[in-house]
Design a protein. Structure first.
Length: 443
């Protein structure tokens, strides 16, 4: 069989990545933005760009770039705050199309998926044809562009999908091939050419450590023993790097990967100086994560809180309960108690609330009532009683509200605490400026 038409067993792993996902959704919803430099992110001094259209990338705008820098290099840049309900909607439709190809797929965030095609060997023996059909359906049915990579493992499939996309060269947009297959010959070529930063999991900090060892390209990894690598980047990363240097990657596609945690982090344009203001933030963040786990019929036993201060130091606190909760008021009370356990010596620039240690809602242990002992939360928190009776009595109301929101939109119905001067403010709770808001107190 020719190399350009390998069998599924020769290139079993497919990686598909939606192009400029957040920005593309915004353009789909507002066609007047088509052809303009658009980015999704925050517009404040501490904000970052989360997604940039290709028109914005022509000016050098890219994800994770500080928004102020993006605005300097592209003064006409349109920065939108982001609407997670719309991204989640398109992501769900994206996953449904992938599932039509194969149920053996593993989502990575909202806009990336790994697929294992080996179950299709008798039905669709040509993985390249499957890749093109998947790409066509996403474009025709959702209006979204994507890049698809194929290879013998996750490493090559992801590298290939990146090569499949359009790229900006000297300020001009150059079309990508759309689908890229990595065969053994291409593997050998790329192993000689790839910079170390192209590898999975090698971020700026790890790359700096490797560069201190004289390693800037993948081909140079084999010159340094695994024990030496482990001393600088840890044993797990050292083993992965040793495998990658040979083009190997044993990670399977985890089709039913268990959800480990759900969280929401927010950086503020104006730092928060007081506990009372932090408590208000805790309410908003708790509502976001509570709705997220309720949509999956889960409850969480562990509630965690993260703070980052103006001097860039940070800390985390967590509390594990003997049963699970999904009530935003209960979660917010625990988060507030964790916040109160921290000596607030300086203002806070980032707050994160995370839930983990999940149980299925139907398997949650029944508790008539519960108290959280202040001593069990870093020995300092003062916590009001949290009643399981409230958890049960509010469950029917929460479920009804969630169902209405799912059908008619997040702002169609809400609780009294979500009612603002301009109506129900659900989208703000999701983080209307999740990538670094404008002045929170000016909103």
């Amino acid at each position: 069989m020719p190399a350009e038409h390998p069998s599924v067993h020769e290139a079993p792993i497919l990686h598909i990545d939606l192009d400029a996902f957040f920005a593309s959704v915004e353009v789909l919803d507002d066609p007047s933005l088509k052809g303009k430099p658009v980015a999704v992110g925050g517009a404040g001094a501490r904000s970052v760009i989360a997604s940039a259209s290709y028109e914005a990338r022509r000016y050098g705008v890219k994800s994770a770039m500080p928004s102020l820098m993006a605005q300097r290099i592209c003064p006409q840049l349109i920065i939108l705050p982001g609407r997670f309900d719309r991204y989640e909607y398109y992501s769900q439709k994206f996953h449904e199309i992938v599932n039509d190809l194969t149920p053996d797929y593993e989502p990575l965030g909202l806009d990336e998926v790994f697929c294992d095609l080996r179950s299709l060997a008798l039905i669709t023996p040509d993985p390249v044809a499957s890749a093109w059909e998947l790409k066509r359906r996403i474009n025709d049915e959702l209006g979204l562009l994507s890049g698809v990579g194929l290879g013998r493992n996750k490493l090559w499939a992801k590298l290939a999908s990146k090569r499949s996309k359009p790229r900006v060269v000297n300020g001009k947009l150059v079309d990508g091939p759309g689908v890229v297959l990595v065969d053994r010959a291409m593997e050998a070529k790329w192993l000689e050419e790839l910079p170390i930063r192209a590898l999975w999991g090698v971020g700026p900090a790890t790359a700096a450590k490797l560069e201190n060892l004289g390693i800037r390209f993948v081909r140079e990894l084999s010159r340094v023993g695994e024990e030496t690598l482990a001393a600088h980047v840890g044993s797990a990363m050292a083993r992965s790097l040793a495998d990658y240097a040979r083009g190997d990657d044993e990670r399977p596609v985890e089709a039913n990967r268990e959800l480990k945690s759900v969280g929401h982090d927010q950086t503020f344009a104006t730092s928060i100086p007081s506990l009372n203001e932090l408590f208000e933030v805790a309410k908003f963040h708790s509502a976001i994560v509570a709705r997220a786990i309720r949509s999956k019929d889960l409850v969480a036993r562990t509630v965690s809180m993260t703070l980052r201060f103006d001097d860039q130091t940070g800390l985390s606190r967590s509390q594990t309960l003997p049963f699970g909760i999904d009530d935003e008021t209960a979660i917010a009370a625990i988060v507030s108690a964790l916040m109160e356990s921290v000596p607030l010596k300086q203002s806070v620039r980032l707050v994160g609330v995370h839930l983990s240690n999940f149980l299925e809602r139907g398997k949650n242990a029944v508790q008539l009532s519960f108290d959280i002992d202040a001593d069990s939360i870093e020995g300092k928190a003062k916590v009001a009683q949290l009643s399981q009776e409230r958890q049960v009595s509010m469950e029917a109301l929460r479920d009804a509200v969630d169902e209405v929101r799912e059908k008619f939109g997040n702002s169609s119905v809400g609780t009294l605490s979500e009612l603002g001067e301009e109506g129900i403010e659900i989208e703000r709770q999701r983080g209307s400026h999740a990538f670094g808001p404008k002045d929170r107190r000016a909103e």
